[in-house]
Design a protein around this ligand. Structure first.
Ligand SMILES: [Zn+2]
Length: 152
């Protein structure tokens, strides 16, 4: 997947309003967070309602929930606890059976998926048009994920 790195690595995200290192962004009364299922790698975008979903714990807010993977072949349950400070910034977080993507990771993975999907469609179209030329060079699945794990 080297071409993806070339496509996306050089671009800077200056036009994004939010920091790529952040886990959440706030829009009105919603806080958006992006868990990834550790089992099937499904990415999700969740909205936490500041008024209804958070418990005020004095110093800040706590979000307690058991997430359920929305892949209907998976449905993995992922208990999570996220603590926010009084300004709704993430202070600490835990997610069992999965992990939270940073905004930068989420956007990058979404964009990569879009490119990979377009490339797959193009490849399928080319394959259909050149069906008789049986290509020996078969790109094997190399989706090990790049091993980027910047969080502690
Ligand atoms: Zn899953």
């Amino acid at each position: 997947m080297g071409f993806l790195r070339r496509l996306f690595g050089g671009q800077n995200d200056a036009q994004k309003q939010h920091s790529a290192e952040m886990l959440t962004y706030v829009e009105g009364t919603g806080i958006f967070i992006h868990p990834e299922c550790g089992t099937c790698k499904r990415r999700m975008r969740l909205r936490i309602d500041k008024e209804r979903d958070l418990e005020n714990d004095g110093a800040g807010y706590t979000w307690h929930k058991t997430l359920v993977c929305n892949n209907n072949r998976c449905f993995r349950r992922m208990p999570t606890v996220v603590h926010f400070d009084s300004k709704f910034n993430v202070a600490t977080y835990e997610l069992e059976k999965g992990r939270y993507l940073t905004l930068g990771e989420f956007d990058r993975l979404e964009a990569e998926d879009k490119v990979a999907k377009a490339a797959a469609e193009r490849a399928a179209a080319e394959e259909a048009s050149a069906e008789e030329q049986d290509s020996a060079e078969n790109d094997s699945d190399n989706s090990s994920g790049g091993g980027k794990r910047g969080f502690d």
